[in-house]
Every structure is written in C-alpha cells, then in structure tokens.
Design a protein around this ligand. Sequence first.
Ligand SMILES: [Zn+2]
Length: 282
Amino acid sequence: MKDQALWLYRSLTSHRRGQLLDKLRAEGKVPIAILFYHRIADRHPNDWTMSPEDFSRQLDWLQANYDLVSLEEAQSRIRAPLSDRPTVAITFDDGYADNAEFAIPRLVRRGIPATYFVATDFVRTGTPFPHDVEAGVQLRPNTIDQLREFSDLGIEIGAHTKSHLDMGTVDSYEQAYDEIVGSVELLREWLQRSVRHFAFPFGLPENTSQLAVDVIREAGLLGFCTAYGAWNWPASEGFHLRRIHADPGLERLKNWLTLDARKLRDDEQLPFTLGASELCPV
Ligand SMILES: [Zn+2]
C-alpha cells in the first residue's frame, strides 16, 4: 500500500485499534515490538537506507508513544506475566560506517538504548557487503574503533555472524559454531565487553535452523533476533525475539505499531523448537 492509502486505512481503523489496545492493556497483554534498521545516511538511498530526517521523525513519534527500552529490558517485559505499557526496542543490523555519523549520535543524544548487530568479517577487512555489491553500491562497514566508540557510548554490540551467511543453508556444526560463536568471541576480544545477543542474517524462517538455535543456546547467549515481522507477546519465553522492519518508513511503522489487525497473526511453522526444559532463566 502507498503511504496515503496506508494513512487512510489506519485512520479508518483507528477506533478499532484503540479499542484493541485498551482491551490488551486491561488484560495485561500489550505486545512488545522490536524494530530493526540498517543504515541512516543521506547518500545512496536504497531500501535499507533511511535519511537522517526520516529517522529523527520516527524517533519523535516513538518517544511520544512508547517506552523505548534496551533489548534486555524488552526480554524481561516479554517474560513478565503481565504487560500494560506499549514498549519498543531498537536494533540495527550489519554495521554500516555511516551510522557513526547519523544514527548513533541521534540515539545517544536522546538517551535511547539500542543494540547494534555486526557481521565481523566486514568490520575486520573493510570490504562492502555482498548484498550491496550485487545491488551496485559499495558502502563502507564500521571499523573496530567505531564499534568501541559505540560501546563506550552505551550502545550494545551484538553478533550477526562472521560472513553474513544465510544460516538456513548451514548443516555443519563446525560452520555454524564458527559463524555464531566465532563472531561473538571476536567482538568480545575487540570490545573487551560481554556480547549477549545474536541476530540471524536475513532473518526469515528459512534463514534460521534448529542447528543454529542449538549453537546459540550452547554459547550461553541471552537471546536471538529474527526478522519474522511479528510482535512479542508477554508471558512467553523471550529467547526468540521477533523483529519488525522499520526501514520502509514512518507511515508503515505507525501502521504496524498501532496494532494493525492484519499483523497480529501467530507464528507460522518455525524451523526450530526452543524446548520447554531449556527456557532461559529470567
Ligand atoms: Zn544483515
């Protein structure tokens, strides 16, 4: 839907959305949203770049309407038996150099927590991401110094594999371990800080696997993010963190986060189970 049509659709359904939020509040079942962005910059606009002005507008709207919390606080709200506060956590994927100039200063200035997932091979070598090269744009990844600086500013750094591999294609334990635990260990070494979360590259169900989830568990991480485009309902395990793509713009974000009935579906068939006996301690 185009922005104008989306705005109209949201306006026409706003009463129903408000009623639903009231009902969920009363029941203590307000879901928690986790957003993911990629790159905030004023050059090379593409589907995963947002202008600094648009990003600021999103932050204005989010700050006016939601508690903006860290990923760890989002997890504790997901695990709590009751949730009555609209809550959003912000994450970034991949690790683009331009975020040092635009995204991170804006988040820090506003005191908004964020988790920043990077694929370590690109940080280490400075080479652009294959998905950008394919699209004909060469964009710089972050340097280790930039990640240290983000971390010193209170931004949590998380792992996003070494090579930005589609983990759904990996069936060797050694390779899964190297991509997941290898990237976590490298970040720990670079930053001298704990690294507690992982985000799957691409992040759709077919890009995840039982093997990868088992390795994440084994590594003792606090949780992992996918890009399932779904809410996180309270009173649930809070280890698998479902995220919503925020790059497509403010009108789409407003539509999602004001409880579009079309987006309130349950999980599709997941390619992994978390195992009730292994639920992560809160
Ligand atoms: Zn990615």
